[in-house]
Design a protein around this ligand. Sequence first.
Ligand SMILES: [Zn+2]
Length: 300
Amino acid sequence: MSDAQTSGSTSQAPGFYRFRIGAFEVVALHDGVVVRDRPAGFVRNASDEEVGEAFAALGMPRDKLTLTFTPLAIRTGNGVVLIDTGFGEGGPPGTGRTLSNLAAAGIAPEEVSTVLISHFHGDHIAGLRRKDGTPVYPKAEIAVPEPEWAFWMDDARMAVAPEGLKPNFGLVRQAFGPDAGSVRRFGWGDEVLPGFTAIQANGHTPGMTAFTIGSGNESMMFVADITNNPLIFARHPDWQAMFDMDPEQTIATRRRILDQAAADKMRVSFYHAPFPATGYILRNGSGYEFAPALWTNPAG
Ligand SMILES: [Zn+2]
């Protein structure tokens, strides 16, 4: 009988995974997992039967939606850059593990020097603050995409937003409001920090941003939510997930970035890929395949 059976524990080993890009140490952090029934109409332009078939073809339950959340922490030698925060304390059960996994990887919240945000959905920003409003990363500069800020911080737009979108406007104000004056805003194409460049990736939200991360002669790309689970949406790049605010733009962005990743054979990290959420993109007919990177444990 295993320890897990005798102790009743169901937890895994700590959810972090390290790899190197040049002189940078990149740490993928598991914020958690949510499993729910796949909502009807999850893909706007494919039938639920077709979508179920695609899930089953990958060995996944055909009627469930399993979402994982993977922020990155990058030790640059000049501080620690966190990309996206996870849900923090107020998310669904099974999430909010970024901080404990950061600790398991040997990084204290005070060491985080910059938090880069890809876009303003709760799974990416709610971990900026505790429930009592205090900042989780007290020494970090917060840097966000200007077009995302312009959309969500616009009070006039909030006033006329559809009911379904209003809670997210509120969440954005909770996350940034108290320090709005000190939040740094960057544009697409900007080198946000040495080695980190903001890449236009809008569609899922109006200002979503991907980042290239380069050190020495190595580079990778963090592609945020250009797909939900890339196992599914790389194979079906024209599928419009219900979470994507501008479906046409989402697909144009997805194809542009997947094309580039495939052509450059560049390592990509997705936010919603199976942990550790990093791998490569291959062209396959009119679509693509996500090939997870091999788990490695280099000596030394
Ligand atoms: Zn997301």
